[in-house]
Design a protein around this ligand. Structure first.
Ligand SMILES: Cc1cc2nc3c(=O)[nH]c(=O)nc-3n(C[C@H](O)[C@H](O)[C@H](O)COP(=O)(O)OP(=O)(O)OC[C@H]3O[C@@H](n4cnc5c(N)ncnc54)[C@H](O)[C@@H]3O)c2cc1C
Length: 287
């Protein structure tokens, strides 16, 4: 690893001032950044360690919205009662990331800014219509998560900005949600395919009035499966509908073949993950 300047601000104000003057990299949990630095993939001139900014390490709800501080660890997201109640599929995605040691270090902000199409917290955040709060010394802006990413590792964050929080409105009740992923192994595996689902249940309890489906690792960025969502709205879920949505969902993906999987496998399994979650809904397994 090459030499770099190291800063450890104690307040957000101080951190934003340093970011204005330095061409550096932010360090949160370090589980992505330090791996890249050790592997020689990046050589930042300076590292701004934000781990002391306790003001960014919280999860709260107010005015009908959930707010997650960017420094909330994935362990906090997985075990938070607020997240388990308002967004159980987001809690589940955090629970399935890495190992307990990784989840205790890694932050939700790092998972987002890393901008991997396989970042597991991102698909549930898409289904929740999340917004990102980005702050620099002179500006605070709000960006919809779906507008944030433009390719693998590429996002619209500016060099002097910090992601400070993620917010989303409470989903309408009653809802059904799930997150499913397939990796190389059962644990400690980056997703080959992931899928998040959020549906507002219609009165008779057999169909959805509103549907949001998001997929990870099947395109250059996380995507929404909008044609599948429209198709599913208001439909009683029977075997025929399950087959149709599964095929539609697979068609909406644009996967590549890489070291983790082939495009054919990714496409097929995307549809299967959706089908599996919907079967659980019809069997009355509400998460
Ligand atoms: C063994 C192992 C297993 C893993 N398994 C998974 C997995 O199953 N699923 C998964 O999705 N990921 C996985 N990861 C990747 C990683 O743990 C996550 O992406 C994690 O959430 C990154 O968070 P962090 O706080 O460690 O980020 P860092 O490494 O600190 O930062 C990542 C990037 O985001 C920037 N950044 C961080 N926070 C901010 C902020 N608040 N504002 C501006 N920029 C910021 C950094 O500059 C850097 O570019 C794994 C990693 C390892 C090493």
């Amino acid at each position: 690893m090459r030499d770099f300047k190291y800063f450890r601000p104690k307040t957000l104000k101080e951190a934003l001032k340093i970011l204005r003057n330095e061409r550096g990299k932010v360090l949160a949990g370090g589980t992505d950044l330090l791996v890249k630095m050790k592997d020689g993939l990046i050589y930042p001139e300076s590292v701004i360690d934000i781990t002391l900014l306790e003001e960014l390490r919280n999860i709260r709800q107010r005015d009908g919205r959930v707010e997650i501080g960017a420094l909330a660890t994935l362990s906090m997201v997985a075990s938070s009662q607020i997240i388990q109640l308002r967004a159980p599929h987001l809690a589940e995605s955090a629970r399935l990331i890495g190992s307990p040691q990784i989840r205790n270090m890694a932050t939700i902000g790092g998972n987002i800014v890393n901008a991997s199409p396989a970042g597991d917290s991102i698909p549930p955040l898409y289904t929740l219509n999340s917004e990102l709060i980005l702050e620099s010394e002179n500006e605070k802006r709000v960006v919809k998560i779906e507008d944030f990413f433009s390719g693998p590792g590429v996002s619209s964050i500016r060099p002097h900005e910090l992601l400070t929080a993620i917010t989303f409105p409470f989903p309408e009740e009653p809802f059904f949600s799930f997150f499913k992923k397939v990796g190389q192994r059962k644990a400690l595996a980056i997703s080959k395919i992931s899928l998040a689902f959020l549906g507002v249940i219609e009165e008779q309890g057999r169909s959805f009035r509103d549907v949001r489906i998001s997929l990870g690792a099947v395109a250059p960025t996380v995507i929404r499966a909008r044609r599948t969502e429209d198709f599913l709205k208001g439909k009683i879920i029977d075997q025929k509908v399950l087959e149709e949505v599964s095929g539609l969902c697979a068609e909406e993906t644009k996967p590549i073949s890489d070291i983790r999987s082939t495009s054919v496998y990714r496409r097929k399994v995307s549809g299967e993950l959706l089908k599996k979650g919907l079967v659980e809904f019809t069997e009355g397994v509400i998460s």
